[in-house]
Design a protein around this ligand. Structure first.
Ligand code: PMP
Length: 289
């Protein structure tokens, strides 16, 4: 059980890892990142994560190191950490520069790869489901700080989660500025109604989750009707099931939203089915490499 951090290709133990205070990731959240996990010791869907990192970086015009170098460095850091299953956080900042917002003054990029032991979420969250709240804080519109880019600026989610946790909930489900459901603080959301699966459209303003993509594909492959559509808070409260998806959570059932109980108040059959199908798909893909 250990943690190792690569900073621009140099490996550190956690208490030795340092980045400059002039780094723009620290100063402004001027960075992009990915969170990847391993199954059977192999980073899952690494290509998809690196493609999303590239899309995020190109939105911010942050220059990334070569993909092959990043892959090698992830492998080297994992080997140094030596865990059976790893949590991998890959961060690329625009680098350091004088104190100025002007991005052209940066000398960078700076790459950080943090590898630690993968810790699953508590079983009770899957067995009993979680309770979420809809905070006052709204998801940033696409025309401002586009949630489609996975940047180091997570203040929007931090505030939302802080509000939800402060009120005793497990997570926050953010609405966009028009009042439509967007996503959770660090997960996508799906609604189940009459055996059909619905998830907010990308136009709402949300991160295009890798797990979301797998779930949509699995639904198509198994003839589960699914659509990307507009979802309102009322739709959630009257749904049969609500689910969150993310790399770390996989598929997690939501059994309550604010004062409302979802369905029977217990995780429903679709949550279980999709979690099983997702895990099967993961093992097929990991085994194929
Ligand atoms: N939305 C947000 C805001 C997130 O931070 C995450 C976690 N990366 C997700 C959705 C889920 O994405 P993924 O399935 O790729 O982990």
């Amino acid at each position: 059980m250990s943690t190792r951090i690569s900073i621009d290709g140099e490996l550190f133990e956690p208490d030795r890892a340092r980045i400059p205070v002039f780094d723009r990731g620290f100063l402004y959240g001027d960075s992009v990142y990915e969170v990847i996990r391993t199954y059977q010791g192999k980073p899952f869907a690494l290509d998809r994560h690196l493609e999303r990192l590239e899309r995020s970086a190109s939105k911010l015009q942050i220059e990334l190191p070569e993909r092959a170098w990043l892959v090698r460095e992830i492998e080297r850091t994992m080997a140094a950490a030596g865990n059976a299953e790893s949590y991998i956080r890959l961060i690329v900042t625009r680098g350091s520069g004088p104190i100025s917002l002007d991005p052209t003054l940066a000398v960078g990029p700076l790459s950080v790869i943090l590898v630690k032991q993968y810790e699953p979420f508590p079983r009770r969250m899957y067995e009993q489901g979680i309770r979420v709240s809809i905070p006052q804080v709204r998801r940033m519109p696409r025309s401002a700080d586009d949630p489609a880019a996975k940047t180091g600026n997570y203040l929007n989610s931090v505030l939302a989660l802080g509000e939800a946790r402060g009120a005793g909930f497990d997570d926050a489900l953010l609405l966009d500025v028009h009042g439509r459901v967007a996503e959770a603080s660090s997960a996508n959301v799906f609604v189940v109604r009459g055996g059909e699966l619905h998830t907010p459209t990308l136009e709402t303003g949300l991160l295009e989750g890798i797990t979301r993509g797998f779930i949509l594909q699995i639904a198509r492959d198994h003839d589960i009707p699914c659509s990307e559509c507009e979802i309102l808070p009322e739709d959630l409260k009257t749904a049969d099931e609500v689910l969150l998806t993310s790399t770390l959570r996989e598929v997690m059932p939501v059994v309550g939203i604010d004062k409302h109980t979802i369905g029977s108040g217990r995780p429903g059959p679709m949550a279980r089915r999709l979690l099983d199908l997702f895990r099967k798909r993961v093992l097929q893909l990991v085994g194929r490499r």
